[in-house]
Design a protein around this ligand. Structure first.
Ligand code: NAG
Length: 150
């Protein structure tokens, strides 16, 4: 339709209008991050949450750990301590990790897949740093005596 009227009227203004309406359609549906995750340092055993909130989500939201996709379900199979939490209606897909372990250390990304109306987007890469109890006591400046008493 657009092409037809352009060739008939041969007007540069019409071409411009036609192109700009396409751009508007794309940005209206384009998904974007409202909240991105941040680096976090926790003690072993702690509960932690990496935040991810998406505006106009239309693709599948998944977390990626160390380059490995964790899956689209809220309750992530194979990762009993990991859950996607938050209000789905508001585009919240926070990654909650219970009882943090050293194996949770590493880089994470929140990834939203492409859909018919939007291209895919990927958050910053953030790091979870889990400190063992030992490191915690050492870094809190307890000193040798403290450690021996424990
Ligand atoms: C997050 O941590 C990584 C690795 O330690 C570092 O390279 C990056 O700059 C940090 N990002 C921010 C925003 O602090």
């Amino acid at each position: 339709m657009g092409l037809l009227s352009i060739t008939c009227l041969n007007s540069p203004l019409l071409v411009l209008l036609w192109v700009s309406s396409l751009v508007v359609i794309e940005t209206e549906d384009q998904q974007a991050f409202k909240v991105q995750p941040r680096n976090i340092t926790v003690r072993a055993g702690a509960l932690l949450v990496l935040r991810c909130e998406v505006l106009r989500p239309s693709g599948t939201v998944q977390w990626v750990k160390n380059g490995l996709i964790l899956g689209p379900q809220r309750s992530l199979p194979g990762y009993p301590r990991y859950h996607m939490v938050g209000d789905h209606e508001r585009g919240q897909y926070h990654l909650q990790i219970k009882d943090a372990q050293l194996e949770d250390d590493g880089p994470y990304e929140c990834q939203v897949g492409q859909s018919e109306s939007s291209r895919a987007i990927v958050s910053h890469t953030v790091w979870i740093n889990v400190q063992s109890e030992q490191n915690h006591w050492r870094s809190s400046g307890g000193g040798g005596v403290w450690v021996m008493l424990l």
